[in-house]
Design a protein around this ligand. Structure first.
Ligand code: NAP
Length: 513
């Protein structure tokens, strides 16, 4: 029996950042050529397309912050600046022939699963409908800028900008500038703009752990060495080991290997080395354990507070006025207000960035509200057939984002191959498999760094509204192994024209318009 459902594309990937690009390359390599990528930006690179603030760069060594199959040896620094990442994204798009497959400046606002035809109907912001057998969510999590809910924010008459939407037409030289927030973006922006502005006031709510960054320029001779046989391989392995030790192992196996204690000592010594005034140093010292929230890495951030034109205000912001910011310490007049206030990480409208309705019309956000954030291996959710996500709950273990992308595409590709081989048109994770995985993740909490009492003071976006930390509690090698070995019985593969779970016998034909 052959059914002849016509879809626009076999697969639609939502997002043309590194997750989308990596997925598209994996699909092509596996012979899945009928796919479309959609992105609301007018260029590729996701985070690295949108974030162009002064000082932007990676905070994971570049040797790891790239695809394993497309290693570049010309990074200018161990921690490459943002523009090189954007160029790397464009390079990958061109090299793997993806450009004709991407629709830029197109947002997906809604997706509905058609139970009768085993396909997804996606609606764009312009009201167009696109259909696909499978949808892969590659919209990241640091996607939707978050503006602070502070009284009077709309009254400010100067220039306001969020770090992820930097306005390069604004000349900050000689201006009075306020920065709200002291997360990773602020840590990079503050030392970069401080020397050129007249005055800089930093509004800090929670101090960040700031560790030294083992960064250095990589001159042409290093690029040549990396080109020698084994050069890239050795550097990659050393870099991977460093990342694994400092992120996933430190976070998920804290109970076994309390490395963050060593990190705290390093962070405190860094503060002593860099900050002259003991009062300022005390204000910059976190009162929660390292690891509760994402730390930062900078050799310049802390010492910026020694500058005579930089002030740190740690009083809560009472209001934003037409001309500045008021706290208990006084009113600070500013010409420019920079919102380094982060992203709607686990808030509604972000995971994914479009309204997703699965089998029976159930809304994914409602399902998560009812069941807590969860996804089998961080990829699939029961009741949402043919939808796979790159960074779902319990998908990311804190390692390089590229490791996540390659891990999850491995999982997804196994499913797609299996479905193709058996002519299935509907792939759905079973509730039992999902529950088992969720329980397993919860049971691994015992050794994680996040459950120390002081984490309640950290204001960390790792915690969702239920108090869960939906990070993947495992090492990167384990994640990779599981992506290649999960039991196909954890999924139901069904073909149109057969009852759910019965033998797959139909062949689906997809046609490109
Ligand atoms: P973030 O880490 O969420 O930091 C937001 C900051 O704004 C926090 O200090 C927060 O204070 C503050 N804030 C928010 N609302 C506020 C309010 N109403 N009043 C006062 N302060 C307020 O955001 P981010 O710095 O943009 O970084 C987000 C993530 O992006 C990072 O964790 C990292 O994963 C990624 N990133 C990576 C790099 C890199 O080097 N590769 C660079 C930048 C960003 P509280 O802490 O008190 O909430």
């Amino acid at each position: 029996m052959v059914n002849s459902t016509v879809v626009d594309h076999e697969i639609i990937i939502v997002g043309a950042g590194f997750a989308g690009i990596g997925t598209a390359i994996a699909l092509r390599k596996a012979g899945f050529d009928d796919f479309l990528m959609v992105d609301d930006a007018d260029g590729a690179g996701g985070t690295w397309h949108w974030n162009t603030y002064p000082g932007i760069g990676v905070d994971i060594p570049s040797f790891s912050y790239q695809y394993s199959f497309e290693q570049q040896r010309t990074w200018s620094r161990v921690y490459a600046p943002g523009r090189e990442l954007k160029a790397y994204a464009e390079h990958c798009v061109n090299k793997y022939g993806l450009r004709p497959r991407i629709r830029f400046s197109t947002s997906i606002v809604r997706a509905d699963f058609d139970d009768a035809l085993h396909l997804w109907r996606l609606r764009t912001g312009d009201g167009e409908e696109l259909t696909a057998r499978y949808v892969i969510g590659a919209t990241g999590v640091l996607t939707r800028p978050k503006l602070p809910e502070i009284a009077g924010v709309e009254r400010f008459t100067g220039v306001t900008m969020h770090t992820s939407r930097w306005d390069h037409d604004q000349d900050l030289r000689g201006k009075r500038v306020g920065v709200i927030g002291t997360g990773a973006s602020a840590v990079q922006v503050i030392p970069e703009i401080a020397p050129e502005v007249a005055e800089l006031v930093v509004f800090q709510r929670t101090p960040i752990w700031c560790l030294p960054r083992p960064d250095t320029a990589l001159p042409p001779v290093v690029h040549r060495l990396l080109g020698l046989p084994g050069g890239k391989l050795v550097t990659r392995w050393l870099s991977q080991a460093f990342v694994e030790l400092t992120f996933p192992l430190a976070a998920h196996y804290y109970g076994v290997l309390p490395m963050s204690k060593l990190g705290e000592r390093t962070g405190l010594a860094h503060l002593r080395d860099q900050v002259d005034d003991p009062e300022v140093r005390a204000k910059l010292t976190p009162d929660y354990a390292l690891g509760c929230k994402r730390p930062s890495f900078s050799n310049d951030y802390l010492k910026t507070f020694n500058r005579s034109n930089v002030r740190l205000d740690t009083e809560p912001i009472a209001e934003i006025t037409a001309t500045g910011v008021r706290t208990a310490a006084g009113h600070h007049r500013v010409d420019v207000l920079i919102m380094a206030t982060g992203f709607k990480v686990m808030e509604s409208g972000n995971m994914p960035t479009f309204d997703l309705h699965g089998s029976g019309g159930v809304r994914l956000e409602d399902w998560w509200d009812e069941h807590r954030l969860q996804a089998y291996e961080g990829v699939s959710v029961p009741g949402f057939p043919n939808f796979f996500t790159i960074i779902g709950p319990y998908g990311y273990n804190g390692s390089s984002y590229f490791a996540l992308i390659e891990m999850q595409t491995r999982h997804i590709l196994r499913l797609l191959r299996k479905a193709r081989g058996s002519h299935a048109t509907r792939i759905e994770v079973t509730e039992e498999a999902n529950e088992r995985f969720f329980e397993e993740m919860l049971n691994r909490r015992g050794t994680q760094v996040f459950w120390q009492d002081s984490c309640t003071r950290a204001n960390s976006y790792y915690f969702d509204k239920n108090g869960d930390v939906p990070l993947r509690a495992m090492t990167t090698p384990e994640g990779f192994w599981r992506a290649g070995h999960f039991d196909f019985a954890d999924y139901r593969f069904t073909a149109l024209g057969t009852r759910s779970g019965s033998t797959v016998e139909a062949a689906a034909r997809t046609t490109v318009r």
